[in-house]
Design a protein around this ligand. Sequence first.
Ligand code: GUN
Length: 300
Amino acid sequence: MVAEIIDGKKIAGEIRTGLKPRLAKLADAGNVAGLAAVLVGENAASQLYVKMKSKASEEMGMAHWTIQLPEDVSEARLLQEIGRLNSDPKVHGILVQQPLPSQIRVEAAVAAVSPLKDVDCFHPVNVGLMLIGRPRFAPATPSGVVELLMRSGNDPSGKHVVILGRSNIVGKPLAALLMQKAPGANATVTIAHTATKEIAAHTRRADILAAAMGSPRFLKADMVRDGAVVIDVGINRVPDPTAKGGYRTVGDVDFDAVKQKAKAISPVPGGVGPMTIAMLLSNTVSAGEIASKAAGPAPP
Ligand code: GUN
């Protein structure tokens, strides 16, 4: 079997198109949805991700700001900046790009963002709401994975999903989303991680595999059941003398080999990456709608 390629760029485009009438409605009420990204330090990957988020906001006609802080910024100064964004009515969504330097506690940064502007869905209150099945925002990458599955005709309901990786950004919230008794979920979920014994015994039992452990080409063909659906969440830069710049971006899946066995597979790049951005934009529109509702009708 040669897998169907799940085109994240195309599906993300459909989601972005679906946001346009909502943005137009907000604009009619005098509101431009706005996203603020806080970037600490000079991490090249983080700089690129924030640039892509800003570019996507610009393309959608949304307002956007990047707040660049130095690598050695104190936690207190970062929290002060987040507080300023929390009280700015033009800012509907706030994200603090991770990773953060060691002097800053990630939990302090995520808890400082107003839960009503937390478009990453990292605030403990929003994580809790999602876990109990009453989400305010859906975490961007995990909900992007769900949308990829649903829109490629691979509803996870009743399926066994094996997630590789237990990060707070992908593995744990993806498990929380997929286990809900809800449309786009209803799956039986296994999380495998660094302490899992005989990992291939788990992955071979999966109907759907989500690889999110940050290990280049970790998932090999012999770890995948014939006809499984494979979603690759990894983004890794590996040396490649044949590539422009000497590096190539690869996922957590050994794509060329696994493609021969899977029923469907998402590529890297062009799979989950564009979906993360589309879902972030979607959450920012939702945050704009929440703010617009709270403010009441526009003055005549
Ligand atoms: N670092 C890696 N993924 C993400 C993300 O989705 N949001 C933020 N803020 N930082 C990240």
